[in-house]
Write a new protein. Structure first.
Lengths: 149, 237
């Protein structure tokens, strides 16, 4: 089976675009055969990551947020790239995301929800200084699904 | 922000107006009380700034402060923003007429067309265009996206949309990959685009005519890699 074509979205660092973009990504998951529950949770993830990108990213004209959605039969990988964040910010975020569950810091409500809804989360920085957050969501492998099944 | 700060506020505004600063952002993050005299001063200042074609907005209000100010009717006078960044973006949109751009790469799957329509129409609505304009833009993108999928190189399995909007117009480019289009076929396609003819007996072929009717400008470019349709739609309200 040929590899699925990823969806790429680039939009301004402007909160006005987020409701439309998150809805589009969530509809895409339905088109790709995921359930409405999966789709709704994907929307929450995109909303949180994009709002963080707008909040912490620069507001210089022309700056943009890039989202890539890679679909596999049972997973979606979401990558959100924004122009914000110093190397120290990225290091802090990486440290917090990567810490063992027992001793990790509270990320803030939004990122904690993202963590609960996904199977993996990582943050990196491009050579140009852009912050990249990558999350993987599987069809049914997260705390909330376990609790509600 | 109580009665003791009223005099300082007034003085600060007077200085700003003298210096020609007519757009003012009041950052109320961390402020949990604003007295009615202070609100009165802010309203007066806003009035003066409006006369100079400026404005005064409030940012960073807590829920508690927002409720208190709304009881005083401040929400009928002032626009509230979550943060300074949002104000600046809004300002550039309104006053600098800055164009904002989106781009998409989407699988060449007709199932995506309704979602793309909804994406672009909701963006223009969010940016203040009216429903009539949003519906027309949806109609245009529907036709162009379906054409891009139908006539693109199926081996590529994707197509591209670039979308730019400012206060006055929307510019749309829909591109697919159509390798191997020879020059005479390319010419035929271009001719059909520029002069769409509606055949009364045909069940198809009306889409391009409709797009041309709804657009302010329509242009087709064909190169060795692909076909790009350019549409400009001027805001009508």
């Amino acid at each position: 089976m040929p590899e699925k074509v990823p969806i790429l979205i680039e939009f301004p660092v402007d909160a006005d675009f987020i409701p439309s973009v998150r809805k589009f990504v969530s509809e895409s998951t339905l088109i790709e055969g995921f359930t409405p529950k999966f789709s709704y949770r994907t929307e929450i993830i995109v909303d949180e990551l994009c709002n963080n990108a707008v909040k912490y990213g620069p507001s210089t004209p022309g700056s943009s947020i890039k989202i890539q959605c890679d679909f596999e039969p049972d997973t979606i990988q979401l990558t959100v790239q924004d122009p914000g964040g110093t190397p120290k910010d990225v290091q802090n975020l990486r440290k917090v995301i990567g810490t063992e569950q027992e001793s990790r810091h509270f990320l803030g409500h939004g990122l904690e929800i993202v963590r609960m809804l996904t199977s993996g989360m990582e943050v990196t920085q491009t050579p140009n200084g852009e912050t990249v957050i990558r999350v993987v969501k599987r069809r049914s492998q997260n705390i909330i699904d376990t609790l509600t099944e | 922000m109580d009665i003791s700060s009223v005099e300082l506020l007034t003085q600060t505004f007077d200085n700003m107006v003298v210096q020609g600063s007519y757009f003012v952002i009041i950052d109320l993050e961390g402020v949990d009380f604003v007295s009615s005299p202070a609100v009165g001063v802010l309203m007066g200042c806003r009035r003066r700034l409006i006369e100079k074609k400026g404005n005064l907005v409030l940012v960073g209000l807590s829920l508690h402060l927002r409720e208190k100010l709304n009881l005083m009717g401040a929400n009928r006078i002032f626009r509230y923003y979550n943060d300074v960044k949002t104000v600046l973006t809004d300002y550039r949109w309104e006053h600098d007429q800055m164009a904002q751009k989106m781009s998409l790469q989407v699988p060449a799957n007709p199932g995506y067309v309704p979602a793309i329509r909804r994406l672009l129409s909701s963006v223009v609505l969010q940016k203040g265009y009216n429903r009539k304009d949003a519906f027309r833009i949806e109609t245009i993108i529907d036709e162009l996206a379906n054409n891009a999928i139908e006539h693109g190189d199926h081996a590529e399995r994707k197509f591209y949309i670039d979308f730019s909007l400012d206060r006055d117009k929307v510019e749309l480019q829909v591109r697919n990959l159509t390798r191997g289009l020879d020059s005479s076929l390319a010419q035929q396609v271009k001719q059909k685009f520029e002069n769409p003819v509606v055949d009364d007996d045909s069940i198809r072929g009306r889409g391009l005519a409709l797009v041309k009717m709804l657009s302010s400008e329509l242009r087709l470019d064909i190169d060795a890699q692909g076909t790009t349709v350019h549409v400009t739609k001027v805001r009508e309200d």
